[in-house]
Design a protein around this ligand. Structure first.
Ligand SMILES: Nc1ncnc2c1ncn2[C@@H]1O[C@H](COP(=O)(O)OP(=O)(O)OP(=O)(O)O)[C@@H](O)[C@H]1O
Length: 264
C-alpha cells in the first residue's frame, strides 16, 4: 500500500531540504562580565544552505565581527549553539594578512603544506589557484610589490587553498577603489559559481550586499539582533549601479536606518 498517511511527518511529504552549511541557534555573545558586559549578539538564529551566498549588513558595532569569530571557532558563544558542517571555515579580512616575507606562491602554498601535500602536489595546486585569481604572472612577487586588489586576490587564493566548504569574508573589499571592487565582485562571483563554496560576506555597503548575495541578513545594533532578511531574486551577474540593485538597496537601507533609530 502506498497511500500517504494524513499525519505523516513533513519530511515524508516534501523533498529533502538543501543541506545546511551553517546554523546559529539562539546564539548570544556577551563580552566582559557584570555591569560592564556588552551584549554583542542577542539570541541570533539563522541557517545558511550549502552553496548559498549570504551577505550580512548592519550598522557599526552590531556584532558582525563577533558573529564571524564565533562561526570561525575563534570565540565561543555565551549561550546557544553554532553548527558548522565540514572542516574549519576559511577567513578573509579587509586587510589581506599575507605573510610579507613569503612570495605570492609561498603564501598560497602555506595551507597546503599544513595539509601535508607533497611538494609536487603543492606546486600543481598553487598554479591552479593562481590561475583562478589571474595572478599566474605574479607567483614570485612579494606582497609589498602588489596593489591592494592583487593582495586580496592572493588572500582569496590562500583561503581557497584551505579547501574549506565555508568562506567567511569580513569586509574584504572595503579598502579598495570602486573599479577594483567591481572587478573583484565579478571574480568572486565566478569563483563561487565554479567551486560551489558557501559564502558568508559581511559588509557595511548595502549595494555590495545586493550585488553579491542570494540573501541579505540585516542586523540591528546593541544588542546585535537579526531584524530582517531579504531574498535577492535578481538575475546574475548583477551590476552594482543597476536600478534593480539600487531599488532593493534603498529598501534595505531604509530598514537599517529604522533599526538604528530604534537603537538610539
Ligand atoms: N573583546 C571585546 N570586549 C568588549 N567588547 C567587545 C569586544 N569585541 C567587541 N565588543 C563590543 O561588541 C559590540 C559588537 O562588536 P563587533 O566588532 O562584533 O561589531 P561590528 O558590527 O563588527 O562592528 P564594525 O562594523 O564597526 O566592525 C561592540 O559594541 C563592541 O564594542
Amino acid at each position: 500500500m502506498s497511500a500517504v498517511l494524513p499525519h505523516a511527518p513533513l519530511s515524508v511529504l516534501s523533498p529533502s531540504p538543501a543541506p545546511v552549511a551553517l546554523r546559529l541557534d539562539g546564539v548570544t555573545k556577551r563580552h566582559g562580565a557584570g555591569g560592564d558586559a556588552v551584549v554583542a549578539l542577542d539570541t541570533m538564529s539563522f541557517a545558511v544552505k550549502k552553496g548559498e551566498f549570504v551577505c550580512v549588513v548592519g550598522a557599526s558595532g552590531c556584532g558582525k565581527s563577533t558573529m564571524l569569530n564565533l562561526v570561525a571557532g575563534l570565540d565561543t558563544p555565551s549561550a546557544g549553539k553554532v553548527t558548522v558542517a565540514g572542516e574549519r571555515p576559511a577567513l578573509m579580512f579587509q586587510e589581506s594578512a599575507l605573510f610579507p616575507w613569503l612570495s605570492v606562491e609561498e603564501n598560497v602554498a602555506f595551507p597546503l603544506q599544513m595539509q601535508g601535500l607533497s611538494r609536487k602536489a603543492r606546486a600543481a595546486r598553487v598554479a591552479e589557484l593562481l590561475h583562478l585569481v589571474h595572478l599566474d604572472k605574479f607567483a614570485k612577487r612579494r606582497p609589498h610589490e602588489l596593489s591592494g586588489g592583487m593582495k586580496q586576490r592572493v588572500a582569496l587564493a590562500r583561503a581557497l587553498a584551505q579547501q574549506a566548504e565555508l568562506l567567511l569574508m569580513d569586509e574584504p573589499f572595503a579598502a579598495l577603489d570602486a573599479m577594483m571592487r567591481d572587478h573583484l565582485h565579478s571574480e568572486l562571483e565566478t569563483l563561487w559559481q565554479k567551486t560551489g563554496l558557501t559564502v558568508v560576506f559581511v559588509t557595511h555597503n548595502v549595494r555590495e550586499a545586493v550585488r553579491l548575495g542570494d540573501r541579505v541578513l540585516l542586523l540591528s545594533s546593541r544588542p546585535g539582533r537579526l531584524v530582517a532578511e531579504y531574498q535577492v531574486d535578481l538575475d546574475r551577474p548583477r551590476r552594482i549601479e543597476s536600478p534593480e540593485v539600487a531599488r532593493l538597496a534603498r529598501t534595505i537601507t531604509d530598514r537599517l536606518l529604522e533599526a538604528a533609530r530604534a537603537a538610539a
